[in-house]
Design a protein around this ligand. Structure first.
Ligand SMILES: [Ca+2]
Ligand SMILES: [Ca+2]
Length: 678
């Protein structure tokens, strides 16, 4: 299986905490049998409508209303419960009493949620009054195994999305046998555990308070939400059960408390500057990312304040979201060679010119970029069939053409190309970018082409283009071009490259759409490459490239006011052919991958807000973008054919400070591949 991840495998521990919320009253009126004295989370001011007094003591033998209150407090410790007693001993009561209780709940301004979990049904008009006064209605579905919710629960579907009717689940998360089903109320129906540790009795009465408690906590996250929004958050964050989607048994599915409270993004951007959640998973270019992370004075990124589409605030460790997109092609490409299915078609071949095409297809795994803030998120790779196409043509006059789909033409340039000219062999280094032009393209997806011409025995020039227009898939949209002139005399050859790359939303191949993103960056580069052939076996090759980048800020980004940026890369190596055996290849290389040498920007990170709807506070500092460490990469390979049709390659890589991370330590990789040709 080929693994070619745009995102490096970032394992994210979700470090989301709720931002401190001012003490808004988020009261739930519990229209039930009252509560026993000393029940936690109960606020003063409850009513006993049944006995017409102001002490709603619980007279039921099972302490029904008391258990309901305890279940609520176990789900949300901050819940404030206003008991409204509408039944006496043995649940005696009637519609008039219930209606008076509902009216009392509607009249209270501090009540945001009205929970009806026992007793005779009230009138529909009283529930209309409750939702019209801005409150969310939560009703039990009933315990008669019926296909539809009954009693008050039957009203939920006609209350304009401002009500939720709750069925019961068993310990496995399936609908409990006794619970009334979603039926005609599927759009407003959810299930929650019908059991609890306070009583052995089960029922939808004990499921509904869980939903009411979560609703209260969502109101505490943002008291400006409407009842409709709170219902929407709870219903749409439920775990789907039964048939896919909303169905007539489970409605929206099983209550998921964590998902209901987690930041939610539906893909829209935020104009508040709080950071669009869609943009939270950040992949920054390896050339720059450790400059951003290591050169800060403050801890603003560790304590970033973010808001979701419902304007709920969270404190978030943004550094856990930022990962480096490696500055250099990684080893996956080498491993993938062993796995790819490759077919080579010789299109035509003659004495004077030849052309051929290779078609390679593989299965690719791409990490999904989205939904990483959701605590219920599990890394879901999706497979994508992936096709590489290369078409080559070489003419008798020495000119060469190449057209590639989903492959890089970088190895046609720089020291790689000079080496091939002299040695008739392409070096086997994996750090191709340091030996060629790292700015040609930061990805090997997309379309690329190359043409080279010989003017005479000594002079030649080449032209390469690369374009990627799939930012959704690969996170990078860029157009680049490099023109190269080369001169060869006797044993020495030199090349000079001029390049230009325009990246939309990215900087050095990373951060597309992320909070460290940019609107556009434009880099011009100049490169010098050289090759010297010692004898018929060995050559030394070297390459140096320098780039100058201008950045247009993106107004949603935490990085603003970029200076112009200078960056560079270099590599040198010894390559040999036919050293120990006729067809062997050997190479030892040193690379210093692309890295920012000079540049700065303002890091502006939201750290909180005075109140809901008020402007955000920002922490602001000027940071140097140059990483404090430099990656040093040494690589060596030896490749030979022990038998005809068999090729054995061994490869060793040592990286110190990978991606220029001063705390990155060192990495060693040893790899061997065996290829058979049939
Ligand atoms: Ca009483
Ligand atoms: Ca379903």
């Amino acid at each position: 299986m080929v693994v070619r991840k745009f995102l490096q495998p970032i394992i994210i521990s979700l470090l989301i905490t709720l931002a401190a919320t001012p003490g808004y009253a988020q009261v739930v009126a519990v229209v039930d049998s009252g509560v026993a004295p000393g029940t936690p989370n109960v606020i003063p001011g409850g009513f006993d409508v049944f006995n017409n007094d102001d002490d709603p003591e619980d007279q039921t033998a099972s302490l029904h209303g008391t258990v309901v209150a305890r279940v609520m407090a176990s789900v949300y410790g901050g819940v404030q419960i206003l008991p409204i007693k509408i039944v006496g001993p043995n649940f005696i009561g009637d519609t008039n009493i219930t209606n008076r209780g509902l009216r009392a709940a509607a009249a209270r301004d501090d009540v945001r949620v009205v929970l009806k979990s026992s007793g005779p049904a009230g009138s529909f008009s009283e529930w209309v009054n409750i939702v019209n006064s801005g409150k969310l209605a939560v009703m039990r579905a009933g315990n008669e195994s019926e296909p539809n919710p009954n009693r008050d629960g039957a009203y939920a579907k006609n209350l304009g999305g401002r009500a939720i009717v709750v069925g019961a689940s068993d310990a496995s998360g399936n609908i409990a046998p006794y619970s009334n089903r979603a039926g005609d109320s599927a759009d407003v129906y959810i299930i929650a555990p019908g059991f609890n540790s306070f009583t052995s009795v089960q029922g939808t009465s004990f499921a509904a308070p869980r939903v009411a408690a979560v609703a209260a906590q969502i109101y505490a996250q943002n008291p400006n939400l409407s009842a409709q929004q709170v219902a929407e958050i709870i219903l749409t964050s439920a775990d789907d059960k039964g048939d896919p989607g909303v169905d007539r048994i489970y409605g929206h599915g099983l209550l998921n408390v964590g998902a209901a409270l987690a930041p939610r993004d539906t893909g829209g951007g935020s104009s508040s500057g709080g950071g669009a959640l869609a943009a939270v998973a950040v992949v920054a270019g390896g050339a720059i990312v450790w400059g951003i992370l290591r050169n800060r004075d403050g801890d603003s990124l560790e304590n970033t304040f973010i808001t979701d589409v419902y304007d709920r605030g969270y404190i978030f460790d943004m550094t856990k979201r930022i990962s480096a997109k490696e500055a250099s092609p990684n080893l996956f490409s080498l491993m993938s060679d062993a796995d790819l299915k490759t077919d080579t078609f010789v299109v035509s071949q003659g004495v004077d010119n030849s052309s051929y095409a290779t078609l390679t297809s593989s299965l690719t795994e791409i990490d999904e970029m989205t939904n990483r803030l959701d605590p219920t998120y599990t890394t879901e790779d999706y497979n994508d069939s992936f096709t590489k196409l290369n078409f080559y043509q070489q003419s008798s006059d020495g000119s060469k053409y190449r057209f590639s789909l989903n492959d890089s033409v970088r190895t046609e340039l720089g020291a790689f190309a000079l080496s091939r000219e002299q040695n008739q062999s392409t070096p086997g280094f994996e750090y191709t970018s340091t030996f060629t032009n790292p700015y040609l393209s930061f990805t090997d997806q997309g379309i690329a082409s190359h043409a080279s011409y010989k003017l005479d025995e000594n002079f030649g020039f080449a032209f390469a283009l690369s374009s990627n227009e799939e930012p959704d898939k690969y996170g990078l949209e860029s157009d680049s071009a490099v023109i190269e002139g080369h001169y060869k005399k006797d044993k020495a050859a030199i090349g000079l490259q001029l390049g230009s790359v325009r990246e939309m939303g990215s900087l050095f191949g990373g951060a597309s759409g992320g909070v460290l993103s940019v609107e556009e960056s434009n880099t011009i580069s100049i490169g010098l490459s050289g090759s010297y052939q010692f004898n018929d076996k060995f050559s030394v090759i070297g390459n140096y490239t320098e780039g100058y980048t201008n950045v247009d800020d993106w107004d949603q980004s935490y990085l603003q006011n970029f200076s112009s940026i200078r960056s560079n890369s270099y590599g040198m190596g010894l390559v040999g052919k036919g050293v120990f055996r006729q067809e062997d290849r050997i190479g030892i290389g040193y690379s210093r991958p692309l890295k920012v040498k000079r540049g700065s920007a303002d890091l502006i990170v939201p750290e909180g807000r005075e109140d809901f709807g008020q402007p955000l506070f920002f922490d602001e500092e000027r940071i140097n973008l140059n990483p404090t460490a430099s990656e040093q990469a040494f690589e060596a390979y030896y490749s030979f054919q022990p038998k005809k049709n068999v090729q054995l390659t061994t490869y060793f890589l040592h990286r110190k400070n990978p991606d220029h991370n001063s705390e990155g330590g060192s990495e060693n990789t040893i790899l061997a591949t065996l290829k058979f040709k049939f």
